[in-house]
Design a protein around this ligand. Structure first.
Ligand code: CUA
Length: 155
């Protein structure tokens, strides 16, 4: 019957979706390791020890902490200069905003988090292979929202 056909079609779609998600996290040599969060007063973001002068910090042999400020209308770093990390490294991103809600999304990966003012979104990702990844903001944040983008380079 048609009902059965629809059921089968729905199952096929679900499997396809799961396949897409798995490919996104594994197929590109990227694995999400975990995430946790923290918060600071949005008014203190620009004066914060880490977010006042954000960037890449090496914290272990193959471990990096990357602090990023998402603000109207740029990722700092990311927009005027790329975020650069070596391949085969475990990277923990910490992202916050001093102004309005943005997102921090690494195109082609499952790194996609909402960035709420003062809330520190943290996520750990493994980058095994060299590549270039676009950074985009997926939350409408104002007149230049569509131009809020950047670059992540794994070398
Ligand atoms: Cu930032 Cu849209």
């Amino acid at each position: 019957t048609y009902e059965k056909l629809w059921l089968v079609a729905a199952m096929v779609l679900i499997v396809a979706f799961i396949g897409t998600i798995t490919y996104g996290s594994v197929g590109l040599g990227i694995a999400m390791v975990g995430d946790d969060s923290d918060s600071i007063d949005p008014n203190d973001v620009l004066d914060d020890e880490e977010f006042g002068d954000p960037g890449v910090q090496q914290v272990g042999e193959d471990e990096y902490e990357v602090y990023v400020r998402a603000q109207t209308f740029a990722f700092i770093p990311g927009t005027t200069e790329p975020i650069e990390i070596p391949e085969d490294s475990e990277v923990t991103f910490h992202v916050t905003s001093p102004d309005v809600i943005h997102s921090f999304s690494v195109v082609g990966t499952n790194v996609n988090t909402m960035v709420i003012p003062g809330e520190v979104a943290s996520m750990t990702v493994e980058f095994d292979e060299p590549g270039e990844y676009g950074l985009v903001c997926n939350e409408y944040c104002g007149s230049q929202h569509h131009e809020m983008e950047g670059l992540l380079v794994v070398t």
